[in-house]
Design a protein around this ligand. Structure first.
Ligand code: UDP
Ligand code: MG
Length: 167
């Protein structure tokens, strides 16, 4: 069964110019990329993404981290990888949440660090299971930004909808 997984290259990965290296490592999975974009991370998006960590003492700093406030980079790169056992394959390559505990050859082991505050600056996010992947993908992407049909959609007719187009 094919699975979809949300990958985020977090602002530290972007600031350290690691995008190419990370995508090269992820290509080892032989999974298909079915969506990719740079995204501005609003406070609402960041808080919704990490809502299950709301009660943690590091939550506020984590939101700042994902929003790019710690790295002067107000953006993250969001991708969807798709294929057999996509979640397991990507999480293995990413390594453990704590970069000091992650395999040295994993992405987080190679490029992550722990801030003096204790926050894990670990370069990428990878969805942890299918349910979380669906929740996160729907949060970060609209259906028409994904080149396969992952989840059920509906059609909305929006009257007087304003949209920016090329001048
Ligand atoms: N995090 C942290 N300290 C912790 C746990 C988590 O700084 O003790 C941060 C870290 O950046 C991590 C994110 O919060 O990637 C989300 O945590 P989660 O438990 O979902 O780990 P992940 O799924 O990213 O491995
Ligand atoms: Mg997680």
């Amino acid at each position: 069964m094919n699975q979809a997984v949300l990958i985020l290259i977090k602002p530290d990965g972007l600031k350290k110019s690691l995008t190419g290296n990370i995508l090269t490592r992820l290509s080892e999975t032989k999974l298909e990329i079915v969506a990719a974009k740079m995204a501005r991370v609003s406070r609402e998006l960041a808080e919704e993404h990490y809502k299950y960590l709301r009660d943690k003492p590091f939550f506020e700093e984590l939101i700042k981290y994902l929003r790019g406030e710690l790295h002067d980079r107000k953006k993250a790169m969001a991708l969807i990888y798709w294929g057999k056992e996509a979640i397991k394959k990507c999480r293995e390559l990413a390594g453990a949440t704590n970069p000091e505990e992650a395999e040295p050859t994993s992405i987080r082991g190679a490029y992550g660090r722990i801030l003096t505050s204790g926050l894990y600056e670990n370069v990428i996010h990878v969805s942890s299971n299918e349910e979380e992947a669906a929740r996160e993908i729907k949060l970060w992407f609209n259906p028409d930004e994904i080149i396969v049909d992952l989840y059920p959609t509906k059609e909305n007719v929006i009257k007087d909808f304003k949209k920016k187009v090329w001048a």
